[in-house]
Design a protein around this ligand. Structure first.
Ligand code: SF4
Length: 226
C-alpha cells in the first residue's frame, strides 16, 4: 500500500536529493542535531562547525564539551546534543571514524550497526535509522512524526495496524517495498520516500489544517475523499 503514495508523490514533487551534506560525517552530525528542531537551525550549527573546521570527527572528538555546545547552540538542547555527539564519537572512534571500515566490519548489515547505535546514549530509532540510510546508505526506512500523521489521515486501517509503533510502521514500509522493488534499488527508494513524506508534511499535510485541495495525494487519501 505504500508504493502508490510513493509513486504519486515522486511524480508530483520530483526527487528530493536527500540528505544535504558534503560527507558521511556531516550527515551523521546533522541527524543528531536535527532532533527536536528545524533544519534551518541545524544548518546554522553546521555552518558554525565548518567555520571552526570542526566538522571532522577527530577534531570534534577532541573539542571540550563547552566549546562544542557553544558551536551548536543554534540547534537547541545544545548541552545534551554536545554530549550525544561526544558519545557518538566515542563509538565511532572504535571504527577509526571510517564509514567504510564500519561497513566492512559489519558486513554492510544494518541490524548489527543499528543495535550498536541504539546503545549510544542520546541516539533513538529515528536518528539511528537516519544515519543508516543517509550516511551509510543502507536499505533502511526512517519513520518520524510526519509519517505517523500522514498515515493516520491517508489510510486509517494501516495506521491502526502500525499501532503508533516506530518499528511496526518501519517494517510495514520495508516489507512492502522489498516485495515489489529490486533489492539493489531499496536504499534509494527508502531515502526518497522518507524525504517526500517530510516535504508533504511541511507543504500540505500540516499538523493543523492540512491543505488537502492542493495536495498531490488528494485523489487517493482517505481524509481528502471522506
Ligand atoms: S490529502 Fe490532505 S490529509 Fe491526505 S495526505 Fe494530503 S494533506 Fe494530508
Amino acid at each position: 500500500m505504500f508504493l502508490k503514495p510513493y509513486q504519486t508523490l515522486l511524480k508530483a514533487l520530483g526527487p528530493s536529493q536527500w540528505w544535504p551534506g558534503d560527507t558521511a560525517f556531516e550527515v551523521m552530525v546533522g541527524a543528531i542535531l536535527t532532533q527536536n528542531t528545524s533544519w534551518r537551525n541545524v544548518e546554522k550549527a553546521i555552518h558554525r562547525l565548518k567555520s571552526l573546521q570542526a566538522l571532522r570527527p577527530k577534531k570534534m572528538h577532541l573539542m571540550p564539551h563547552p566549546d562544542l555546545a557553544e558551536a551548536i547552540r543554534s540547534s537547541g538542547y545544545f548541552n545534551q546534543k554536545a554530549r550525544t555527539l561526544h558519545n557518538y564519537l566515542d563509538w565511532y572512534s572504535s571504527y577509526s571514524y571510517s564509514p567504510s571500515l564500519l561497513l566492512r566490519k559489519k558486513a554492510s548489515r544494518a541490524e548489527p550497526i543499528r543495535k550498536e547505535l541504539l546503545s549510544i546514549k542520546g541516539i533513538g530509532p529515528e536518528t539511528a535509522d537516519s544515519i543508516l540510510c543517509y550516511a551509510l546508505e543502507l536499505p533502511v526506512f526512517v519513520v518520524d512524526a510526519y509519517t505517523h500523521r500522514w498515515l493516520a489521515r491517508y489510510d486509517s486501517a494501516a495506521a491502526r495496524a502500525s499501532a503508533g509503533s516506530y518499528d511496526l510502521l518501519k517494517n510495514m514500509v520495508q516489507s512492502d517495498f522489498q516485495a515489489h522493488l529490486a533489492p539493489d534499488s531499496l536504499v534509494q527508494h527508502f531515502n526518497e520516500f522518507h524525504a517526500l513524506i517530510v516535504r508533504l508534511g511541511n507543504a500540505y499535510c500540516k499538523k493543523q489544517n492540512p491543505l488537502c485541495p492542493d495536495c498531490p495525494l488528494r485523489r487517493e487519501c482517505e481524509n481528502a475523499l471522506a
